[in-house]
Structures are given as structure tokens and as C-alpha cells.
Ligand binder design. Structure first.
Ligand SMILES: Cc1cc2nc3c(=O)[nH]c(=O)nc-3n(C[C@H](O)[C@H](O)[C@H](O)COP(=O)(O)OP(=O)(O)OC[C@H]3O[C@@H](n4cnc5c(N)ncnc54)[C@H](O)[C@@H]3O)c2cc1C
Length: 306
């Protein structure tokens, strides 16, 4: 309920204006976002890699409306990838890309051309790209584009969302040799016709999907902060005899940082999703919607007491 209210408020232009122009909210933003520029992304990447973690970088921006904006996003990723290579960080840091930021909603061909340019830059730099998954209306077109990209860039990774009823079948389809698949719960507000809406049902679906991916032949990327699911992931790794280079855990920057370090110290591959850029609004609102405690932290920051 609270989640729906926050996600609905997030779409309100007035709320966006209030939050984006309130300077105090910046402290809240910094908890989850590396900063506005690629230099911030590189600094945070260096820190995390120095602590034994891997990174995936997300240049914030979604629901792009013009070709110019989409091309700006493409160029930013291409520059970032060159900078990662130059800094010697490419072996430990990849990029995560939202197709809606590359023009998917108004010109799929443009989005594909932009995605190809980013995949080529990643290949040159010696790293990989993962296509983030957005709302269910884009799932088919994202998976179709992924299949085409993988023809030329076979390491391109997919994201599947456990809250969607279709995802078990998608996991079976993708649990194959060479497929990198990030499994997350899902962050968008979806109708009951396509998604499980009760937390317990989403969690059960996550476990079924994890079992398919961990017993399959691909490379599973278990993206969750949920302590129970992390423990089940550790258990399945032992059960299916997967070594640390045969799967990984993933968490978001700023969420459960001690657990991220604990998993790395225990020998697991732990990748942190680090967003940067000034288009942080939609991302931040989804993080607030996930956890009421974040909302009270946010409201205190807005009123100047945090
Ligand atoms: C690396 C990564 C990539 C992702 N990519 C996508 C994507 O492409 N598409 C998509 O739809 N979603 C994506 N997500 C978001 C995901 O779908 C969930 O919305 C998000 O991870 C919260 O779910 P959870 O598994 O952590 O479990 P939850 O049940 O939400 O949380 C479990 C516990 O984790 C902690 N926690 C969770 N969220 C927060 C938070 N915001 N602040 C503080 N503590 C928190 C709390 O202790 C909570 O009790 C991604 C998540 C990760 C980690």
C-alpha cells in the first residue's frame, strides 16, 4: 500500500519538483548515488574494488523522450567504458543499461543501435554490459533485443524479475551455457494479472527461479538484499557445487554495505550496482518505496534533521 503511494507520488511532477529542488535532499541522494559525474563513479568504483568488491555502473536516466537524450546517454557510457579501461578498472567493473534511456519507448531501432555501440565499447574495454529490466510492458522487447545483441556480444547479461508470473519459464529459457542472468525481485508497480503482489509469493518465486538458474548451465547473478534469500543462495552454491567464479551476488550501492563486505570476505563474488548522474529521481523513489524506514530517513533529511 505504502509502496503504491510512493510510486504514484514519484510520477507526480509536483513531487518531483519539490524533491529535486530541495538541496537538503542531496544527503539522502548521496547515500544511494555515487554522484553526478563519471569522476564520482570512478572514485566509488576504485574504493569498492579496493575493498575486494566488483561493480556494475548505471548512468541514471530512464524514459528518455528524444533521440538527442538517448545519444547523450550512449556517449556517456562509451566515455565511461574508456575511462574504466584507462584506470585499469575494467576487469572488475561492468555497466548496467536501461533500454528506455536509449530510446526504447519511441524508437526501438535507435535503442538497438545505441545498445550495440555500448556493447562494442565494453568489448573493446574488456568488460561486459547487463540490460536492466523495466516494467512488464517492455519485457518481451528487451529479451528479444538481448538475443540479437548476444549474437555479436555473447557476454551481454539479462535481468529477470521474480515477481513476474512468466519468469520461471524465462529462467528455464536462459539457464544455458554462457548466459549471464541477474535475478531480482522486481521494482515496478505491476498488476496482479502479470505479477505476484504478496511478498511471500514473490520470495517463493525467487527461490524457484534461483533453483533453476543455479542448477542450470549459465552464470547466475543473485541480486537481493534479503537475508533469507542470500542464505539460500549460499546453500544452493554448495549444493550445486558452484565455485565463486561460477555465480555472483549483487546488491545496490548504500544498501547493506557490511553484508556486501562479509560476502566478499567469505570468498564469494560480490558485485555492487552503483548509479551515478543527475537523473536520480526515479531511482531514488524506487529505493524509498522498497523500505518504509528509508522514507522516514528521507523525510527527516527533507526537514533538516538528518
Ligand atoms: C544489483 C541489483 C540490480 C537490480 N536491477 C533491477 C532491474 O534491472 N530491474 C528491477 O525491476 N529491479 C532491479 N533491482 C531491484 C530489485 O528488483 C528490488 O526492488 C530490490 O533489490 C529490493 O528487493 P530485495 O531482494 O532486496 O528484497 P526486499 O524484500 O525488498 O528487502 C529485503 C531486505 O533488504 C533490505 N533492503 C531492501 N531494499 C532496501 C532499501 N531500499 N533500503 C534499505 N534496505 C533495503 C532490508 O533489510 C529488507 O528487509 C535490482 C536490485 C539489485 C540489488
Amino acid at each position: 500500500m505504502l509502496r503504491s503511494v510512493i510510486l504514484a507520488a514519484a510520477r507526480s511532477g509536483r513531487v518531483a519538483h519539490l524533491v529535486e529542488t530541495a538541496p537538503v535532499s542531496r544527503s539522502v541522494v548521496r547515500r544511494f548515488v555515487a554522484g553526478a559525474h563519471s569522476a564520482d563513479a570512478l572514485r566509488v568504483t576504485r574504493e569498492l574494488v579496493g575493498a575486494g568488491l566488483k561493480v556494475t555502473l548505471d548512468y541514471l536516466g530512464e524514459d528518455t523522450l528524444t533521440a538527442d537524450q538517448a545519444e547523450h546517454t550512449r556517449d556517456e557510457y562509451v566515455k565511461l567504458l574508456a575511462a574504466l579501461q584507462e584506470a585499469g578498472l575494467a576487469p572488475s567493473a561492468e555497466v548496467s543499461v536501461k533500454l528506455s534511456a536509449l530510446g526504447q519507448k519511441f524508437d526501438e531501432k535507435l535503442a538497438e543501435a545505441n545498445a550495440r555501440a555500448i556493447c562494442a565499447a565494453a568489448q573493446n574495454a574488456g568488460t561486459t554490459v547487463t540490460l536492466d529490466m523495466e516494467d512488464h510492458a517492455t519485457t518481451d522487447s528487451t529479451l528479444d533485443l538481448l538475443a540479437r545483441l548476444r549474437g555479436d556480444y555473447p557476454t551481454t547479461g539479462a535481468v529477470l524479475q521474480a515477481y513476474l508470473r512468466r519468469t520461471e519459464a524465462d529462467c528455464r529459457e536462459l539457464a544455458k551455457e554462457g548466459q549471464r542472468v541477474r535475478l531480482c525481485k522486481g521494482a515496478y508497480k505491476e498488476p496482479e494479472s502479470v505479477a505476484y503482489t504478496a511478498k511471500l509469493d514473490v520470495d517463493k518465486s525467487y527461490v524457484r527461479c534461483m533453483n533453476i538458474l543455479m542448477s542450470g548451465r549459465g552464470y547466475p547473478m543473485l541480486a537481493t538484499h534479503d537475508p533469507r534469500l542470500v542464505a539460500i543462495g549460499e546453500d544452493r552454491a554448495k549444493w550445486f557445487d558452484r565455485s565463486p567464479d561460477e555465480f555472483e551476488f549483487q546488491m545496490l550501492y548504500g544498501i547493506r554495505p557490511l553484508e556486501q563486505r562479509r560476502l566478499a570476505a567469505d570468498g564469494y563474488t560480490m558485485r555492487v550496482y552503483v548509479p551515478y548522474g543527475d537523473q536520480w529521481y526515479g531511482y531514488l523513489m524506487r529505493r524509498l518505496a522498497e523500505r518504509p524506514a528509508n522514507l522516514s530517513f528521507f523525510l527527516r533529511a527533507m526537514s533538516g534533521s538528518a
